[in-house]
Design a protein around this ligand. Structure first.
Ligand code: ADP
Length: 174
């Protein structure tokens, strides 16, 4: 059962001791507010230095794509930076782009033999994706992926705010 491979916690993702934590980054990869700011602050400058190297190599990170860096001073080993969509009206490919952000993070984790992976609630802060819809997309994408991929053994959904935590608890029947 894939459900046993999904864990739900409420808290600060910078404190989570997974192999990799996912950052809800922006296309610049240079840091920002919300969870992005928290990760760069707690992880120290090693993360930004690697982000700058990636930018110099490949340019910005497009919406829906993902790149990986060290986790610097964080308890995790790696940070996977993915860019979720800014929610406009739901008619600009937002659902597909959010699915891609989760899927490309899972693929990058698999390629790098990450066994435990923690996700924040991508796009549901400054990018205004409706929380219930975002949670349904996140859970479906992760469940479908785990059903036929086994290198990532466990996914932890880390909800920061009460509203997201309540929605995930309900949808995961936690
Ligand atoms: P986005 O720009 O993708 O919307 P935000 O960082 O603004 O990114 O918000 C994404 C989610 O991250 C929100 O649900 C917010 O509550 C949550 N969040 C903010 N800080 C943290 C943190 N330290 N750990 C985990 N989640 C966080």
């Amino acid at each position: 059962m894939t459900i046993n491979r999904i864990e739900l916690v409420q808290g600060d993702i910078t404190k989570v001791k997974a192999d990799a934590i996912v950052n809800a980054a922006n296309t610049s990869l240079l840091g920002g507010g919300g969870v992005d700011g928290a990760i760069h602050r707690a992880g120290g400058k090693a993360i930004l230095e690697e982000c700058i190297k990636i930018r110099n190599r490949q340019g910005s990170c497009k919406t829906g794509e993902a790149v990986m860096t060290t986790a610097g001073d964080l308890p995790a080993k790696y940070v996977i930076h993915t860019v979720g969509p800014v929610y406009n009206d739901g008619k600009h490919g937002e659902d597909e782009l959010l699915t891609s952000a989760y899927l490309n993070s899972l693929k990058l984790a698999t390629e790098n033999h990450v066994t435990t992976l923690a996700f924040p609630n991508i796009s549901t802060g400054i990018y205004h994706f409706p929380k219930e819809k975002a949670a349904a997309i996140a859970i479906k994408t992760v469940k479908d992926y785990l059903a036929d991929h086994f290198i990532v053994r466990q996914v932890i959904f880390v909800c920061f705010d009460d509203e997201n935590y309540g929605i995930y608890k309900k949808l995961l029947k936690y």
